[in-house]
Design a protein around this ligand. Structure first.
Ligand code: ATP
Length: 259
């Protein structure tokens, strides 16, 4: 089971500080929601966690080892990333070929597919309900199907950590629920940037709220998602009660607050 954490991460662009000393403490195997308004720094944080950016200061630890000490290949065999709209880069490939890209980190320098690859790829396609589209050209997929195929590619990587940037934004409600339930059952560490606070409350074990590049609150959703926090961070008035069936917080938005 993967252990990923971050200590005092800062990152800037053109002297503009986008992250101000963010800590992230993730229980291995848990589903962690990264929440926060547009432009708060969620994608920036995910890129640092994935090793796609090097922190200006602070560090990301994978099983206690600094990410900067690990090779790109070693990270890719552990950590899968599902970025926002990364689907645009996959040209004329079929869906199956896109999912197969997830196997590359496990191949040797000159190695081709292993005997296990076809089964792993088929299992990943089935898990996201896309087996029937496996031979379709990538360009013919809908936005939501592309998103599910990108998840299948990440699963085919057989990661111990998976980082997802708004993985539900193109999905219909059933596939949103399916995706989050699937992540819960994987038993691997998942860090997900999410905008839907009710989905976060229902499916995340732990949430971290980022605002202006700072971590404002972290903990179980029922402790973190308070009326006061939603007012301060998002500028919305919300009623919070409990889902009678699951006991998780249920948020009803009543309007934005203009002060
Ligand atoms: N390469 C860059 N150059 C300049 N500014 C950047 C760069 N990358 C991010 N930013 C800025 O940093 C801030 C944080 O961006 P980031 O994409 O991390 O936010 P986010 O929380 O993921 O937002 P959203 O919810 O809208 O996806 C934004 O104000 C963004 O404009």
């Amino acid at each position: 089971m993967g252990a990923i954490s971050a200590e005092a991460l800062t990152w800037s662009v053109h002297r503009n500080r986008l992250l101000h000393g963010v800590d992230l403490d993730v229980t291995p195997g848990s589903v962690v929601g990264l929440l926060g308004p547009n432009g708060s720094g969620k994608t920036t944080l995910l890129r640092l966690l994935a090793g796609l950016r090097t922190p200006e200061s602070g560090r990301v630890l994978l099983d206690g080892r600094d990410l900067t000490a690990l090779s790109r290949g070693a990270i890719a065999r552990r950590v899968a990333v599902m970025e926002q709209d990364s689907a645009a880069t996959t040209g004329d490939l079929t869906v199956r070929q896109v999912v197969e890209l997830g196997r590359i980190p496990h191949r040797g320098r000159f190695g081709g597919p292993s005997a296990e690859d076809p089964g792993i790829i088929s299992a990943a396609l089935s898990r996201v309900d896309l087996m029937h589209r496996s031979d379709a050209a990538w360009s013919t997929l809908s936005g939501g199907e592309k998103q599910r195929a990108q998840l299948a590619r990440a699963l085919a990587q057989e990661p111990t950590e998976i980082l997802l940037d708004e993985p539900t934004n193109h999905l219909d409600i059933r596939h949103q629920i399916d995706l989050l339930e699937l992540l819960q059952t994987l038993g691997i560490t998942c860090v997900i940037a999410l905008h839907d606070l009710n989905l976060a409350a229902r499916y995340c074990d732990h949430v971290v709220v980022i605002n202006g590049g700072k971590s404002m609150a972290a903990g179980p959703p029922d402790r973190v998602l308070t009326q006061e926090l939603l007012r301060t961070v998002y500028g919305v008035d919300a009623l919070i009660d409990r889902d009678p069936k699951t006991g998780t917080p249920r948020i009803t938005f009543r309007g934005s607050i203009r002060e």
